[in-house]
Design a protein around this ligand. Structure first.
Ligand SMILES: Nc1ncnc2c1ncn2[C@@H]1O[C@H](COP(=O)(O)OP(=O)(O)OP(=O)(O)O)[C@@H](O)[C@H]1O
Length: 299
């Protein structure tokens, strides 16, 4: 669905995207993660056809998006800085969307009135921030997009509304193979919805994998030995993190699960637990290995 190859973008002398590659399969929910300033919004603006790349290719469904209104009308975009005409009510915004999106569904619009409890005769810019977000989803879902690009999508929504909105989006993924690319710093939430993740760092995608696949490749081990910790017992392995709490070692290690467990077991540990790893931990430790780590700073 999305194929980006060698995408480079400068702002003046600053290279915001650096020969970036990205692949998003149709019908997948792809979580785009990255530290502040990594280039996520810049990438998204290329996928939306708002920016033109300096070099590289940006294809959505095999076509360039820049100056391609046909393609743009099949993409739904929700960001944190929403735009509505200042005098328009929700119904008038719906009329406007219906005039520019060929797939617009009035049937959906009416059905979704039950999900979003807002009077559609109200002027959108007079609504609260969270209510405006609801309107953005309401309108976007009615355009039956092939691709939804969501930049911090549920910021400002209450927990019940977050669930409702994700349910609607995931229903379209299941029924119509809608593709979703979502960028958020809320990794707990992304973990629930994404099947693929890409980590963007310094203008490049540094990790791009299936979420389950990443999880099967990085392990959190809790280990204790009865005496001294054997020297270098995981020395040949890629240890992303090691810390000690009393006599218990906590290690984040990349590699094949059974091999790692056997190596530790060979040293007769008194405790050896394999703990589940969260997406937040994967983010922190993957980027830690690339120089973006948590340091204890005293001020
Ligand atoms: N229009 C612009 N002019 C100059 N520099 C820009 C412009 N837009 C973005 N940048 C720079 O490009 C880099 C990437 O910015 P971008 O907004 O894409 O990051 P991000 O990953 O979305 O960050 P955040 O998580 O903080 O929202 C930053 O260093 C930013 O200052």
């Amino acid at each position: 669905m999305i194929e980006v190859k060698g995408l480079t973008k400068h702002f003046g002398n600053f290279k915001a995207l650096d020969s970036l590659d990205l692949h998003v399969k149709e019908g997948s929910v792809y979580g785009l993660l990255g530290p502040n300033g990594a280039g996520k919004t810049t990438l998204i603006k290329h996928l939306m056809g708002i920016y033109r790349q300096d070099s590289g290719t940006v294809l959505v469904q095999g076509e360039p998006v820049y100056e391609n209104p046909n393609m743009k009308s099949s993409i739904g975009y929700i960001s944190d800085d929403l735009y509505f005409f200042s005098q328009y009510t929700i119904d008038e915004m719906a009329d406007f969307y219906a005039s520019i999106y060929p797939q617009w569904s009035w049937e959906r619009y009416k059905l979704l009135k039950q999900v979003f409890p807002i009077d559609s005769k109200r002027r959108v810019t007079r609504l609260s921030k969270g209510m405006q977000k609801q309107v953005a989803f309401w309108l976007s879902i009615c355009t039956l997009p092939r691709l939804m690009i969501l930049d911090e999508p549920v910021d400002g929504l209450d927990p019940v509304m977050r669930k409702k909105v994700w349910n609607l989006v995931l229903q379209d993924v299941a029924e119509y193979k809608t593709t979703v690319l979502v960028s958020s710093h809320n990794l707990r939430e992304l973990e629930d919805v994404c099947d693929h993740v890409g980590i963007l760092h310094n203008g490049k995608i540094v990790v791009e994998r299936e979420l389950d696949n990443i999880k099967s490749d990085i392990h959190k081990l809790q280990i204790a030995f009865s005496g001294e910790v054997p020297k270098d017992f995981l020395s040949d392995e890629e240890v992303l993190h090691a810390s000690k709490n009393g006599s218990v070692l906590l290690m984040i290690v990349k590699g094949e699960r059974d091999r790692l467990l056997t190596k530790v077991q060979n040293h007769n540990p008194v405790i050896l637990d394999l703990l589940p790893l969260t997406l937040e931990e994967i983010f922190i430790y993957e980027l830690g290995g690339m120089g973006y780590d948590i340091q204890n700073i005293t001020i």
